[in-house]
Design a protein around this ligand. Structure first.
Ligand SMILES: [Zn+2]
Length: 134
């Protein structure tokens, strides 16, 4: 078999792949849509917490009520870097900053108290295992 030889001149109109750096400059369809719709505005309710989310300018902003004290819970999460696939940002917070701090400190205090009790208990009966063996 004799195939025709492909020369450089034949491939003059061929697509030359971009370098990685140049390829990053090319807009995706998400980029183009965002540029054409700069003031797109979305809002939806969060059923699990009874709060709501407002989304604009590449951010998702959550407003809700604290489960414990019904104070305002608000969080901002960036989604502008998410350009393909889902833009999930995880669950929204249940507690306000004060309640969160209080709960975290209570958790740490309980752990410290447990450890303290454990150490005190060990000191009271230090040779328990060796006595059983002999
Ligand atoms: Zn609270």
């Amino acid at each position: 078999m004799d195939y025709p030889r492909i020369t450089t001149d034949d491939r003059a109109d061929a697509v030359i792949p971009l370098s990685h750096r140049d390829a990053k400059q090319v807009d995706s369809k998400v980029d183009r849509w965002r540029r054409e719709n700069p003031d797109a505005f979305y809002t939806y309710d969060v059923e699990k917490t009874g709060g709501c989310v407002v989304q604009f300018w590449g951010y998702r902003i959550y407003y809700g009520r604290c489960v414990d004290c019904t104070g305002l819970v608000t969080t901002r999460r960036k989604i502008s870097h998410k350009k393909e696939g889902p833009t999930w940002t995880g669950r929204w917070p249940k507690y306000c900053t004060e309640c969160n701090t209080r709960k975290r400190e209570a958790h740490s205090d309980a752990a410290r108290a447990r450890m303290r009790r454990l150490r005190a208990g060990e000191r009271q009966r230090p040779f328990e295992f060796s006595e059983k063996r002999s």
